[in-house]
Structure formats: structure tokens, C-alpha cells
Design a protein around this ligand. Structure first.
Ligand code: NAP
Ligand code: MG
Length: 497
């Protein structure tokens, strides 16, 4: 073993994890999962062809193989869906007692649990995320969101300090590709609990689990039109946001599209919530439990390929432990397993699309041009599909694009600080404000920082932890409105004085 001397004079033994753990392939069996070759629109409780008769392909980003054809909804289809949702709102859902709505929502929650394996496999095939992520994170959380909101449906009279409330009407909901089923759950569950009906538009590259959710809604025998799913591209989402029959628009996605939606609803009576991008600071103090922090850093940016809005994509490290943290991070990265997302041992799966891979490559090239030093984990990339090796940059200037723009890939920008004030200033020096992490042995320091960080969620000595009872949402250009918790109910209700 050789030793390396750090800037601070500390000798670090070279760790050779590289090939310590060889795992035999352990692919999840997929033979029981049947993906229908063609998927129609779910409108008014029935499966319908699109007016245009047009379909688009959804592929597996890890193999580039076509999985299915999916209907492309145009303005007329969106109009049908909104009208179906309106009828369902007027006739059934807004009149139904909360305890009855709750029964339907509980049914959906239980069905998600029962079908969890199939849903996880389809999520992984369609989007490229590792099966252990979809199986252990997305699916349990999606079910939990329905269970949690089913619990609220008959208790809403107690949710707003005795003030009167009413549902908003028809909710148009547009979601991204990074957590397709979970984002559908975050949107649909609170809307239904509060007595609204829904038109959901999933992302173009990951429509399949939203369509399976529509099947579950059908099997749970919700009144027709309470939940409608219209698949399609950006134009479908734009038609939904602009539809005059929509009372509430809920959007999760990029800040650019969020701004377009905000312009589209300006001057109307529509209520709007936006969950947008992020550039979270993960702040490591010298007194932090460093090994624990390394796990948090790795989980916060490399798991799920960095396709996480609240990914800890800017690592702020106290200068005295910079070399130690970088060294340990490099060693840990050598043990990450990248490859087949259906393999149960895989840590890093496929990038969601060719377009997203091109964006990651563009920003990484910009980081190199700006003079930051790049390190990429030494892992072999499969020949087919879209892949990017876990990467970090050291020596990153705050002005660099890789410190300012959301990369939405497994790429970490490392910056240093000397005092808590400097860490705070750098952490808040962003147009975003979705999340942040703090690693320190001192609780008082964590609270001091958390009070001053302009981020909707702040984690202390952990990262990327979610719970349906905990509200989630952004500051500044990360959007407004909260999802989850009692605060999340406000997004789907009109509350009196
Ligand atoms: P995106 O391009 O903004 O797309 C999001 C959704 O909007 C997709 O369904 C998309 O359809 C649709 N869309 C596109 N153009 C539209 C338009 N003009 N009007 C209405 N809808 C339109 O985002 P993405 O690339 O799918 O997702 C990544 C982004 O989501 C990242 O910025 C990430 O930070 C953010 N995100 C935020 C949160 C949060 O809670 N804050 C959570 C997850 C993700 P197509 O798929 O057909 O383009
Ligand atoms: Mg796909």
C-alpha cells in the first residue's frame, strides 16, 4: 500500500476497493411482465384511440429497444379528457363524502402494493433507473402517498383550523420522467383526497407506469372520468395547461417549461403550483462523520444517475477536509456498479434519453473548458443504450456553468469554504432553492445553517429522505407550492377566511 500526503500534511493510505467485490449477474425476472404493444388514452373511464390516430414509441434507455407504442393526445383529446373530468367532478366526486373517497384512494394504495413488483420492473425498463431504486424507493413511497392522503380525505374539516374549504374542480397535472409513478402519486393522491378530478400528462419517455396506474384506477372502480391519463409530448402538456376548463395546474419539471406554463395561466383564475429544477448544496463540515457523509454524497448524486431534482449536485467541503473527502469519494466511486438497471446489484442505471445524455455531455465539456479538473469513475460503459460514468469536478468556480446550471446527471461540482458564513453564501448563491444537505457533528451548527439556507428542504446528516407527511417544494426559481403534508392540501383546496 502506498501513502498519499494531503495538503494538510495528513498521510492517507491508498485503498484498493476496485475489484474487491465481484458480483455475479442477478437480473430481476421479467417473464411475468407483459407490456401491451399499444397503449390508448384513458378518458372518461374508457381506453380510447387518439383523434389523430398517431402513436409514438417508448423505448428502454438501457437497450434502446422499443417497448411499446403510446397514443399521442392532441387538443381535441385533451378537451375530451377535461370534459370527462368536469362531468365526474359535478356528478360524483365533489358530492361524495370524504369517507367514501377515502375508500377508493385506499384501494389504489393497496393495488400499488399488490402490483409493486410489476410496476417496479416496468418503471426500470421504461426509464432506466436501477431496479433497487424503483423497488425500494419509488414503489413504497408511491403507495405511501395514496395511504397518507386516503387518511386525510375524511378529516379535511380539521386540516385548516376550522376554516371552511372546498375542492378546486378539475386539476391538469403534468409530470417529468425521473420519478414517473411517484410524481403521479404526488399529484393524483392529494387531488383526489380533496375532492378534485384529474387529467394527468406523463412524460413522453416514461408513460408506461402512469398507464398502469390508470388500469389500477379502473380496477378500483373509481367513477368514470375522476382520473384521466393523456399521453403525448410537450404540446399535449401545453394544451392541458392552456385549457379553459382546467381550474388548477400542477407541474413538475424544468424551470424553462415552468415559466412557459406560468405565462400560459397568467390572467386566468387557475391556481398553479410549480415544482421545478434545483442545484442543491451538500455541505460537509470538517467535524462531520466523513464516511457517513461520503455515503450521503454518493447517494445524493450518483444513485438514480443524478436524475433527481433535489440531487446534491454542488458539494461544498470545508477546506481542511477537502483532500480527504475527495480521496474517499474516489475510492467509493470505484465500487459503484453501473449497468443493466434490471440487475439487483446495479447502483447506477441508464441515462433516461439520448437528449439528456447530450445535455450532460455538453455541460461536462463546459466544465472542462472552464478549467475545472474532472474525475470519472473507471467503469466500463455498455455498448448499447445511454450511459454516463459517475463524475466529479474539483476546482470549480462559482461562475462556472457546472456550478450554476442543473446538469441532471451523475456529475458533482466540488467547491470549498472556510467558515459557516462562506458556506452559506455559496450555498445560497444560486437561482434555485429546492434542497440542501448539512453534515456536521454539531447539532447547533446544523440548525444555524438550516435557518439561513434558502431551500425548501434541508437534510441534516442524511440526504434524499422523503415522507408523504413532510411537505416538499422550492424557493426562488425552484417553484412554489408544497406537495405532501398538511401544507400540500392547500394546493388542491380553496380555504375560506
Ligand atoms: P420538462 O422538459 O420540463 O418536462 C416536464 C413535463 O412537461 C413533461 O411531461 C413534458 O412533456 C411536459 N412539457 C414539455 N413542454 C411543455 C410545455 N410547453 N407545456 C406543458 N408541458 C410541457 O422536464 P423533464 O426534462 O421531463 O424533467 C426534468 C426536470 O424536472 C428537471 O429540471 C428537474 O429538476 C425537474 N424536477 C423537479 C422536481 C421537483 O419536485 N421540484 C421533481 C422532479 C423533477 P415531454 O416529456 O413530452 O417533453
Ligand atoms: Mg421510455
Amino acid at each position: 500500500m502506498s501513502a498519499e500526503i494531503t495538503k494538510t500534511g495528513e498521510a492517507l493510505p491508498a485503498l484498493d476497493f476496485g475489484h474487491a467485490w465481484e458480483y455475479a449477474p442477478s437480473p430481476e425476472a421479467t417473464d411475468h411482465v407483459r407490456i401491451a404493444p399499444r397503449h390508448e388514452l384513458f378518458v372518461g373511464g374508457a381506453w380510447r384511440q387518439p383523434h389523430s390516430s398517431r402513436y409514438f414509441d417508448t423505448i428502454s434507455p438501457s437497450t434502446e429497444q422499443k417497448l411499446a407504442e403510446v397514443a399521442e393526445a392532441d387538443e381535441r383529446d385533451v378537451d375530451d379528457a377535461v370534459q370527462a373530468a368536469r362531468r365526474a367532478y359535478d356528478r360524483y366526486w365533489s358530492r361524495m363524502p370524504g369517507r367514501e373517497r377515502a375508500k377508493f384512494i385506499f384501494r389504489i394504495a393497496r393495488a400499488i402494493q399488490e402490483k409493486a413488483r410489476e410496476l417496479a420492473i416496468v418503471e426500470t425498463m421504461d426509464g432506466g433507473k436501477p431496479i433497487k431504486e424503483s423497488r425500494d424507493v419509488d414503489l413504497p413511497l408511491a403507495a405511501a402517498h395514496f395511504f397518507y392522503h386516503a387518511g386525510w380525505a375524511d378529516k379535511l374539516d380539521y386540516a385548516f383550523q376550522g376554516r371552511a374549504w372546498r375542492p378546486l374542480g378539475v386539476a391538469g397535472q403534468i409530470i417529468p420522467w425521473n420519478f414517473p409513478l411517484l410524481m403521479a402519486a404526488w399529484k393524483v393522491a392529494p387531488a383526489l383526497a380533496c375532492g378534485n378530478t384529474v387529467v394527468l400528462k406523463p412524460a413522453e419517455t416514461t408513460p408506461l407506469t402512469a398507464l398502469l396506474l390508470a388500469r389500477i384506477v379502473e380496477e378500483a372502480e373509481l367513477p368514470p372520468g375522476v382520473v384521466n391519463v393523456v399521453t403525448g409530448a410537450g404540446a399535449t402538456g401545453a394544451a392541458l395547461a392552456a385549457h379553459p376548463g382546467v381550474d388548477k395546474v400542477a407541474f413538475t419539471g424544468s424551470t424553462d417549461v415552468g415559466k412557459k406554463i406560468q405565462r400560459a395561466v397568467a390572467g386566468t383564475k387557475k391556481k398553479l403550483t410549480l415544482e421545478l429544477g434545483g442545484k442543491a448544496a451538500n455541505i460537509v463540515f470538517a467535524d462531520a462523520p466523513i464516511d457517513q457523509a461520503i455515503e450521503g454524497i454518493v447517494g445524493g448524486i450518483y444513485f438514480n444517475q443524478g436524475h433527481v431534482c433535489c440531487a446534491g449536485s454542488r458539494l461544498l467541503v470545508e477546506e481542511s477536509v477537502h483532500d480527504l473527502v475527495v480521496r474517499k469519494l474516489r475510492d467509493r466511486m470505484a465500487t459503484l456498479r453501473l449497468g443493466d438497471p434490471l440487475d439487483k446489484n446495479t447502483d447506477v442505471g441508464a441515462i433516461n434519453s439520448g437528449a439528456q445524455l447530450a445535455r450532460i455531455r455538453e455541460l461536462v465539456a463546459a466544465g472542462e473548458e472552464d478549467g475545472a479538473e474532472r474525475y470519472s469513475a473507471p467503469c466500463a460503459l455498455p455498448g448499447k443504450g445511454f450511459w454516463f460514468a459517475p463524475t466529479f469536478f474539483t476546482g470549480v468556480a462559482q461562475s462556472s456553468r457546472i456550478a450554476r446550471e442543473e446538469i441532471f446527471g451523475p456529475v458533482l461540482s466540488i467547491l470549498t469554504f472556510r467558515t459557516p458564513e462562506e458556506a452559506l453564501e455559496k450555498a445560497n448563491n444560486t437561482m434555485y432553492g429546492l434542497s440542501a444537505g448539512i453534515w456536521s457533528d454539531k447539532g447547533a451548527k446544523i440548525f444555524w445553517m438550516a435557518q439561513r439556507l434558502k431551500a425548501g428542504v434541508v437534510w441534516g446528516n442524511t440526504y434524499n429522505k422523503f415522507d408523504p407527511s413532510s411537505p416538499f417544494g422550492g424557493y426562488k426559481e425552484s417553484g412554489f407550492g408544497r406537495e405532501g403534508g398538511r401544507q400540500g392540501l392547500l394546493a388542491y383546496t380553496e380555504v375560506g377566511q
